[in-house]
Design a binder for this molecule. Structure first.
Ligand SMILES: *Cc1c(COP(=O)(O)O)cnc(C)c1O
Length: 376
């Protein structure tokens, strides 16, 4: 937790549940990433946290943006981003959204299928397009599986076709899965992209850009490699596979930029046991799966907790949200322990929750309001 967030929680004590996020930390993270990968251009993945104070700060720093929808494109423009600094990175777009984004000046689009390519040819003529390929997501705690990307052979044919359709065949992208803890995931993917560059050059299509996607991890309960380790592995692999003919390098960090800038402040609603001598206590919070903690599904992302009793004796707990839905149980199998002194009314903090929380909050499931947000 940054000193600014700690001071805000202490002095203002905002009603829970809420996210308090330090926008200065966003700037620091952006600068750390640029230092780790000076040759890369940062396209912030807006979906991680689209709050205006974050977008405005990043615009001021010269960041570009990866938008997943027309609404995100418009949020970036409203925050002061130039349309040329926006990539429409979702491979699944309504044609009306493509048309409107193109009319607003967006000129870079992702695709992973022939049908999408044809939409782009019709509604974004001449635009720079990049094809997303499928790569392994091993090592990712929040994998993106097979939903996006296509096989490499198909990507080759589609990039040839892109040129024939009057589009600018610009580059190749991949995403190694979010909260990726293994630098090797990028190295393997870069090798595959380099082969595709060679194949396409032989077919007369000279690509100019590699988009390494996001995935750069945040520290939750477990240590993760430093961003410098990712930078070194990635730049080493780029040099190994591309030599002196380095293409433009794009990265699309989301979680890394905003994750550790934010803290969710919550209240303990109840501490109970299922039997008198059951060692496991159930701790119910006023935030759960539907209040924004969607990434606890499958106990995939394991947030670290702070309580007023840290350091005192603790015991095993199951941690759950406040709604009357049994899937609103956050952690049952991940060996969480919390202080024995914890009781109803205590405030607890969930650390490094600046990414993928506010926008995952449901509208008013069970009457619980969406998460309140404070940017400091
Ligand atoms: C979600 C997403 C990102 C951001 O991923 P992080 O793991 O948060 O860095 C980047 N690019 C694309 C295409 C995405 O879908």
């Amino acid at each position: 937790m940054t000193p600014k967030v700690a001071a805000y929680l202490r002095d203002v004590a905002p009603a829970t549940p809420c996210l308090v996020l330090d926008v200065d930390r966003v700037e620091q993270n952006y600068r750390r990433l640029m230092a780790a990968m000076p040759l890369a251009r940062v396209y912030y993945a807006v979906k991680a946290n689209p709050a205006t104070p974050i977008l405005e700060r990043l615009v001021g720093l010269g960041s570009s943006f990866d938008a997943a929808s027309l609404e995100e494109v418009q949020a970036c423009i409203a925050a002061g981003a130039r349309a040329e600094a926006i990539s429409f990175g979702n491979t699944v777009k309504k044609e009306s959204a493509i048309r409107t984004a193109y009319a607003a000046g967006v000129r870079m689009f992702a695709f992973d299928s022939e049908a999408e390519l044809k939409k782009l040819a019709r509604s974004a003529p001449g635009a720079r397009v990049y094809c997303r390929i499928l790569v392994g997501n091993d090592g990712a705690e929040w994998p993106l599986s097979r939903k996006f990307g296509c096989e490499i052979g198909m990507a080759k044919d589609l990039m040839v076709q892109a040129g024939e359709l009057g589009l600018d065949p610009y580059g190749i992208s991949f995403h190694v899965g979010s909260q990726q803890t293994k630098t090797a995931a990028y190295e393997v993917a870069i090798g595959r992209v380099a082969m595709l560059f060679t194949d396409l050059a032989e077919a007369g299509v000279n690509l100019r850009m590699v988009n390494l996607g996001g995935g750069y991890p945040v520290r939750y309960r477990q240590e993760v490699p430093e961003i410098d380790d990712f930078g070194a592995a990635i730049m080493g692999a780029m040099a190994e596979h591309f030599g002196n003919a380095l293409p433009e390098i794009v990265i699309e960090p989301g979680r890394f930029i905003v994750g550790d800038a934010g803290v969710v402040s919550a209240e303990v609603v109840l501490v109970s046991r299922k039997a008198k001598d059951d060692p496991v206590r159930w701790v119910y919070l006023d935030i759960g799966r539907f209040g924004g903690l969607a990434e606890t599904e499958g106990e995939a992302i394991k947030y670290a907790f702070r309580t007023p009793h840290d350091g005192a004796a603790d015991g095993p707990v199951t941690i759950a949200g406040p709604t009357c839905d049994s899937t609103d149980t956050l952690y049952e199998k991940s060996n969480y322990r919390l202080p024995l002194a914890l009781e109803s009314g205590d405030r607890v903090e969930l650390l490094s929750t600046g990414a993928y929380v506010t926008t995952y909050a449901s509208q008013a499931f069970n009457g619980f309001r969406p998460l309140a947000e404070h940017y400091v």
